[in-house]
Design a protein around this ligand. Sequence first.
Ligand SMILES: CC(C)(COP(=O)(O)OP(=O)(O)OC[C@H]1O[C@@H](n2cnc3c(N)ncnc32)[C@H](O)[C@@H]1OP(=O)(O)O)[C@@H](O)C(=O)NCCC(=O)NCCS
Length: 434
Amino acid sequence: MDSLARYTSWFRGSTPYISAHRGKTFVVFLGGEALAHANLVNTVHDLALLNVLGVRVVLVHGGRPQLNEALTTSEFHNGRRITSAAQMRQITSLYGALRADLEALFSTGLPNTPLHNVEINLVSGNFIAAQPIGIVDGVDHQCTGRLRSANTQAIQNLLDTQAIVLQSPIGFSTSGQTFNLAAEELAAELAIALGADKLVMFNDPGELKDAQDRRLSRITPELLNNYCADLEPITAARCRALVKATSNGVERGHLISFAEDGALLQELFTADGIGTQVSIQHEDLIRSARFEDVGDIVEIIRPLEAAGLLVPRSRALLEQEINHFIVAELDGVIVGCCAVYPFADAAELACVAVHEPYRHQHSDLGIGSALLEAAEKTAASEGVNSLFVLTTQTQEWFVKRGFMPTDVESLPSDKQTLYNWQRGSAVLRKTLNP
Ligand SMILES: CC(C)(COP(=O)(O)OP(=O)(O)OC[C@H]1O[C@@H](n2cnc3c(N)ncnc32)[C@H](O)[C@@H]1OP(=O)(O)O)[C@@H](O)C(=O)NCCC(=O)NCCS
């Protein structure tokens, strides 16, 4: 494939993700190392693209290395910086400078840059109410604080205007005192408070690996929590933030690299991703299809119909028969489907299809197998004792999953009359457990 064809195919392939992400709220964390990295300008362009595509972006920044450099002495307790009143003044001016740098980057619009003719409003404010950490193990944390509450309504109102909300890790008490907050913790807590759909943590490394040094593309919060003890402290703090957010209602967390150009787009707009995604186990991967899924089902099955793997179905027929369909949904995107049609004491399994990039990809999920399992449960719950399928090229897959070859005469009589001898599909049957 030449580069234009690859680009076209990638852009087309991103369509389901674009519609899945539109209107969703993403809290994105950019730590101090990310702000100092040469790739920051590309990251900013990619965040601007998300904004243009209708994603509601809240950007939380850190500044740990910048603070380490600016503060001549820093004391820590349990990894948390203890902030004196004098240091708090330095910190607010340092964060002010970092904010201004980001505002400048989001404002550049030279003709040869992606932000040309794009106006992005980056808005900050006093959205965070903080309280002191207080005295822990006899150590007074002074101006180091934690989130008390967030003015989520004010943030949502700004997101409604298509602004990107930029939040520094500082908050204010009711008496007007300023507190220094742990940026990763703030990002997680803000994501939870906002009911965000995603928390994206930029980090280096931008992925977790298993014992064989292979990238972990997906992990549950429970497993990630176990990993944290072996990670270096900064990555561990970011992973703990992901655990906290995804265990408290934020549907997905992502760890991705701030150093790699395009990592954000690859993670969010491709099936493979590039970083590590954190989400609770997908009991809800499979569900009954709804009328609004018809368009996505059409996208999945059309190429398979054209290749002769599936019998063509018009959109009108799909709409009529949508109640028979089951779909697999990942990250808001329909990635597979099948249909179950009851006939007397047997049911037909039809239209089994998994969108190509998702086939046999996640060995832990097996989307085709998960659909089949759900179809068997549906058929059993409808009181039938066997499931049959007509297939031209996928016999082996079904046989491996308990189907046995049989003949056309064993089909329910209504189905026999509809059998297409020219197509000559193999007939397979599986007896269901009662
Ligand atoms: C068949 C299909 C639904 C499987 O989806 P999937 O998500 O990849 O399924 P799983 O992950 O559960 O299973 C993957 C395994 O099936 C194997 N497999 C995939 N297609 C196969 C086929 N046509 N014949 C034999 N084995 C096949 C894979 O090699 C893999 O094997 P492994 O685990 O031993 O390495 C998918 O390949 C598809 O959509 N195919 C095109 C449509 C089709 O043929 N539908 C059936 C018509 S009724």
